[in-house]
Design a binder for this molecule. Structure first.
Ligand code: 5GP
Ligand code: MN
Length: 364
């Protein structure tokens, strides 16, 4: 075996420059009241990063709350302290009070106020105060492309990283905190990385990801149990929904190596399914041999005049580019989404048009 030339140690990343590091340390030390926010329809990484920071801030003796724009899927209910989350849509006044009276606001897993649909106004107001008066001090921690250059006092934006929770691991390492993490904190960060990579089956080839995980496992968390608590929480109706979507609804655009499925609110009601029940179904058709692109097109449950697009791809196909060009959205190369005001029929026609436009990357 010739192992001698291979560097097996992946280095953690110094995420901040010296000036930012000193500034952030100072702001954390000074802050009494802290709030964490994330994007609309929070996913595992959005909740993992906000709840992870909240647990860390509390360990440092601060008052810290998590404010999210709207509902999150039931499969995330096992996350530590999830019951303390303040939903902006249901508790608007309380959420605005928390944000306006914060010394420090962590903006997690989102790159612009518009990603916190419904909370744009309050976040823009906070941002004006932050940039003009320095209070509340706002820190973005994110891994989406093109962060809004006028949003937050410090922007920690690392699109090459697999999850915002990975960005946080590096930050905690640089702050000398990684060895102090509690199991709660580590669980939250692990869930964010695990869910944003499909349990490390995509976007997860960088060796340093496993260095991060190694730090998290050192706290004594049981990653296998966390996996089961997050992914194996199906309701019988979700299991039936999967059968229905794959057997009845999946359409195969064979020559383009693409599938799509649609779901209306009428079907949702008929099948008795809840929001989180659809989670991850978009990934399933990618198990078909040679499949490159899968889309889940659904009526928005809260605003039925809108249609949501959820895209997943294999390899180099740029879902984010397609979402930005056709569906008023964005995201990552292999996982993106968007939202348009249109009918389901129009949405399907538009999707087919988008697929034809990208035929050079899909055919063959
Ligand atoms: P999902 O399919 O899970 O809803 O979204 C996958 C990814 O696409 C998200 O992590 C997010 O980065 C991105 N995404 C989803 N919806 C939108 C949207 O409406 N606008 C933008 N810019 N990105 C979105
Ligand atoms: Mn994320």
């Amino acid at each position: 075996m010739s192992l001698k030339n291979r560097n097996f140690v992946a280095d953690m990343d110094k995420i901040l420059n010296e000036q930012q590091l000193l500034l952030l340390k100072d702001k954390i030390a000074q802050a009494q009241r802290v709030t964490c926010v994330c994007h609309v329809s929070p996913d595992g990484d959005a909740l993992g990063s906000t709840l992870g920071i909240a647990a860390w801030m509390k360990r440092l003796g601060k008052e810290c709350r998590v404010v999210v724009p709207n509902r999150y899927p039931d499969f995330l209910l096992s996350l530590p302290n999830v019951q303390e989350i303040v939903r902006y849509d249901n508790h608007t006044a309380e959420a605005e009070q928390l944000l306006m009276h914060s010394d420090l606001i962590w903006v997690c897993d989102m790159n612009a106020p518009s990603r916190a649909l419904g909370m744009e106004q309050i976040l823009s107001t906070c941002n004006e105060l932050a940039t003009s008066e320095g209070a509340p001090f706002m820190v973005m921690v994110d891994h989406h492309l093109e962060p809004d250059a006028n949003f937050c006092n410090i922007r920690i934006s690392r699109p090459e990283m697999c999850a915002t929770c990975e960005v946080l691991c590096h930050l905690l390492w640089q702050l000398g905190e990684i060895g102090q993490l509690s199991k709660h904190e580590a669980t939250c960060l692990y869930v964010g990385m695990m869910t944003d990579t499909g349990a490390f089956t995509y976007d997860s080839n960088r060796a340093v990801i496993y260095e991060c995980i190694s730090h998290l496992l050192a706290t004594g968390i049981d990653k296998d149990k966390i996996y089961r608590k997050i992914f194996w929480t199906y309701t019988p109706n979700r299991m039936r929904l999967i059968g229905y979507m794959l057997y009845v609804k999946m359409q195969n655009l064979t020559e383009y190596n693409t599938t799509f499925m649609t779901l209306t609110n009428e079907e949702r009601a008929h099948l008795g399914i809840k929001n989180g029940d659809t989670e991850g179904i978009v990934n399933m058709p990618l198990q078909i041999q040679d499949m490159r692109l899968s889309a889940f097109i659904s009526e928005d449950t809260e605003h039925p005049e809108f249609v949501k697009f959820s895209l997943r791809s294999v390899g180099d196909f740029p879902c984010n580019e397609m979402s930005a060009r056709f569906f008023n959205g964005g995201g990552h190369k292999n996982a993106s989404g968007g939202r348009l005001q249109c009918t389901m029929d129009e949405a399907v026609e538009l999707f087919k048009k988008a697929v034809r436009e990208y035929s050079h990357l899909l055919k063959g």
